[in-house]
Design a protein around this ligand. Structure first.
Ligand SMILES: *[C@@H]1O[C@H](CO)[C@@H](O)[C@H](O)[C@H]1NC(C)=O
Ligand SMILES: *[C@@H]1O[C@H](CO)[C@@H](O)[C@H](O)[C@H]1NC(C)=O
Ligand SMILES: *[C@@H]1O[C@H](CO)[C@@H](O)[C@H](O)[C@H]1NC(C)=O
Ligand SMILES: *[C@@H]1O[C@H](CO)[C@@H](O)[C@H](O)[C@H]1NC(C)=O
Length: 254
């Protein structure tokens, strides 16, 4: 009977813990406030955030957002009122990887400044010794000794360009001029609120399913040994069966 009470108390504790938890957090003490729809993966429970808004903390307490396209961003600031995130590339050089910067199916969208537009680019690696026309855009953060990297809009024809003497590197997609040409560019992205609302309270109905599932799994894991105990008790004495069974019914009804 004591074990039974203990078990019931534990389940109640786990349920209450999940519902009443303070969902505001941050990476280290200086990181931006992290609250709904964002949450820190593996640190805050699922219901604190909305799927697709998971953040993580790096070893040096940076706040990291990983997009479905494989792009990682360092989050510097989250403006909950205007739903904006200010972010940088972890190495201060957005074009350094073969990136598809389309935020595609995610909840995020690049917030372009006035007159800015997103373009697809082809990158060329050129020897600095050759003279060439100022045709492409030199990417400062990819330059190396004796070599410069130029970006040309993918739709442009380059047959007459001096860049023909360069080595084609790769294409990058969905970049603004700023992301390409400014070192350590600070990118602003906006997000769409989940359709269920802008707070965890409003989204509770949607999110509690995932919480419930966790509780169910916890219940099954903790319940199985108890079930075994009841079975063992059945073989022992009648005096053990009765409270054991009532406990069993209590739990399955719960
Ligand atoms: C949650 O925790 C944060 C930081 O620890 C604190 O600023 C905030 O007031 C807390 N909110 C509630 C409702 O306890
Ligand atoms: C990260 O933050 C924690 C808690 O605020 C702190 O104890 C730790 O020293 C920080 N680590 C680094 C590398 O700044
Ligand atoms: C980039 O990603 C978006 C969304 O995932 C996709 O629609 C698009 O086709 C991709 N473009 C390239 C060139 O991979
Ligand atoms: C450009 O080519 C040179 C020589 O092949 C190479 O050393 C350099 O790393 C290349 N630059 C980039 C950014 O790939």
């Amino acid at each position: 009977m004591v074990a039974c009470l203990f078990y019931v108390l534990f389940v109640v504790f786990v349920a209450g813990h999940g519902a009443g938890l303070n969902c505001t957090g941050s990476c280290g003490n200086d990181g931006p406030d992290i609250r709904f729809p964002f949450r820190i993966k593996d640190e805050q429970p699922d219901h604190c955030g909305y799927p697709g808004f998971d953040l993580s903390c790096s070893d040096d307490n940076s706040t990291v957002l990983e997009l479905p396209t494989g792009v990682s961003l360092l989050i510097e600031e989250i403006d909950y009122r205007h739903r904006l995130v200010h972010a940088r590339d972890p190495l201060g050089c957005f074009p350094r990887k073969r990136l598809n910067f389309s935020l595609g199916a995610s909840h995020f969208q690049i917030k372009t400044q006035n007159n800015e537009w997103l373009y697809d680019w082809t990158l060329f690696n050129c020897s600095s010794n050759e003279k060439r026309s100022p045709y492409g855009n030199k990417i400062p953060c990819l330059g190396a000794f004796n070599h410069d990297v130029y970006a040309v809009e993918s739709y442009d024809t380059i047959s007459d360009s001096d860049l023909l003497s360069c080595t084609k590197m790769y294409n990058i997609y969905g970049f603004t001029y700023g992301m390409l040409l400014e070192e350590n560019y600070r990118l602003t992205i906006s997000w769409f609120n989940p359709t269920c609302g802008s707070s965890e309270a409003e989204c509770y109905g949607f999110l509690k399913h995932s919480v419930r599932r966790k509780l169910l799994i916890t219940g099954v894991i903790l319940g199985l040994p108890l079930f075994a105990m009841v079975i063992i008790a059945l073989y022992r004495a009648y005096s053990v069966i009765k409270p054991g069974l009532s406990c069993f019914w209590m739990i399955t009804e719960h």
